[in-house]
Design a protein around this ligand. Structure first.
Ligand code: NAD
Length: 303
C-alpha cells in the first residue's frame, strides 16, 4: 500500500462551494489532480485558476490512472452514482488497490454498504466528511472526521493534511458520516436558537449586534454566535456558503441514523421538520443563515 503523498494523482469529483477550495489546497500541496463535475463551468473555472489540473469528461476518465478518488458531492446518492452506478462511473476506471475517499456528508448506513461493494472490487473506502465551512476549506483548517481502517487513514494523511487541521479517526466505515450528521444537528439547532433569541430580543428593543457580542462572552456562545451572528445574520448578508437544502439533508440523515437504531429523539424530529419547512419556504438553495428570515416569518415580524 503506497502513501498518498505529492505528486500522487487524485481524481477529484465535485467542484462546488467546498470542493473548489479543497481541490485548490491539494494542487497547492503538489498533488496531480484529475477533475470531474457535472458542471463544465465548475471545471473550466478551476483549471483557469489552477492550470496543472486536468478536466475530464466523466468520473471514469477522472479515475483512470489515479491513486485515489475524492468525492465532494451533495449526498451519498450522488456519490454512489459517480462511483458505481452512473454512466461512465469511476469504478470502470479505478485500479485495484486505489483508495476512495468520500468527503461529502453522506448517509452512514449507505456508506457501510458502499464500503462492502467497493471492497468486493478490491478498493478501500474512507468516509471523511468535513466541518468548518467554506472559510476553513479555503485556509486548509477543516475538521476531518474519518471512518475506515487506520492503515487507510495513514495512507491518506498527506492529502488530509493539505485540507484540514484536525483529523480524527471516528471508527469503522460510516463512523465519520454518522458523526458529521450529528455535528450538524448541534450546529443547526444552535443556529435556530440564536435566531429565535435575536428575533425576541429585537422585539424587546435590544440591539442585535450587542446581543451577539454578549452571547460570545457568556454561556450562550456557540459556533452560530461566533462565526455566523456578526458575520452573516446581523448585517443580513446571508452568505456563509452552505445551503438550507444541504442542512435539511444532514438533519434527515441524523434522524435516519436514530430511527435505524430504534431511538426516539423528539427534538431531533422537530429540528428536521423545522428545516424541511424552511427549505421549502426559503428555497433549498438559500444560504442556511437565512433561517433567521424564516424565524422572523414564523414570529410574524416584518423584515
Ligand atoms: P455544492 O452543491 O456547492 O457542490 C456540489 C457539486 O457537485 C456541484 O458542483 C455539482 O455540479 C456537483 N455534482 C453533483 N452531482 C454530481 C455527480 N453525480 N457527478 C459529478 N458532479 C456532481 O455543495 P457543497 O456546498 O460544496 O457541499 C458538498 C458536500 O459537502 C455536501 O455533502 C455538503 O453537505 C457538505 N458540506 C458542505 C459545507 C459547506 O459549508 N458548503 C460544509 C461541510 C460539508
Amino acid at each position: 500500500m503506497t502513501t498518498l503523498a505529492p505528486p500522487a494523482t487524485i481524481a477529484f469529483i465535485g467542484l462546488g462551494m467546498m470542493g473548489r477550495p479543497m481541490a485548490a489546497r491539494l494542487v497547492e500541496a503538489g498533488f496531480t489532480l484529475r477533475l470531474y463535475d457535472l458542471s463544465q463551468k465548475a471545471m473550466s473555472d478551476f483549471v483557469g485558476a489552477h492550470p496543472s489540473a486536468l478536466a475530464t469528461a466523466s468520473a471514469k476518465a477522472a479515475a483512470q490512472g489515479a491513486d485515489a478518488v475524492v468525492t465532494m458531492l451533495p449526498d451519498g446518492k450522488a456519490v454512489r452514482q459517480a462511483l458505481l452506478e452512473g454512466r461512465e462511473a469511476a469504478r470502470e476506471g479505478l485500479a485495484t488497490g486505489a483508495l476512495v475517499i468520500d468527503m461529502s456528508s453522506s448517509n452512514p448506513v449507505d456508506t457501510q454498504k458502499l464500503a462492502r461493494d467497493l471492497a468486493a472490487l478490491g478498493v478501500a473506502l474512507l468516509d471523511a466528511p468535513v466541518s468548518g465551512g467554506v472559510k476553513r476549506a479555503v485556509d486548509g483548517s477543516l475538521s476531518i472526521m474519518v471512518g475506515g481502517a487506520m492503515a487507510d487513514l495513514e495512507r491518506a494523511r498527506p492529502a488530509f493534511a493539505a485540507m484540514g487541521k484536525t483529523i480524527t479517526l471516528c471508527g469503522p466505515a460510516g463512523a465519520g458520516h454518522a458523526l458529521k450528521a450529528l455535528n450538524n444537528y448541534l450546529s443547526a439547532s444552535g443556529l435556530v436558537a440564536m435566531c429565535e433569541a435575536l428575533v425576541v430580543g429585537e422585539a424587546f428593543g435590544l440591539d442585535p449586534g450587542t446581543m451577539v457580542d454578549v452571547f460570545n462572552s457568556s454561556t450562550g456562545k456557540s459556533n452560530a454566535t461566533e462565526v455566523k451572528g456578526r458575520q452573516f445574520v446581523v448585517p443580513r448578508t446571508f452568505a456563509a456558503g452552505f445551503t438550507t437544502g444541504l442542512m435539511a439533508k444532514d438533519l434527515r440523515t441524523a434522524a435516519e441514523v436514530a430511527a435505524h437504531l430504534d431511538l426516539n429523539m423528539p427534538m431531533l424530529k422537530q429540528t428536521v421538520a423545522y428545516w424541511a419547512d424552511a427549505s421549502g419556504k426559503l428555497g433549498a438553495s438559500a444560504d442556511h443563515t437565512e433561517i433567521f428570515r424564516y424565524a422572523e416569518m414564523l414570529a410574524d415580524v416584518q423584515s
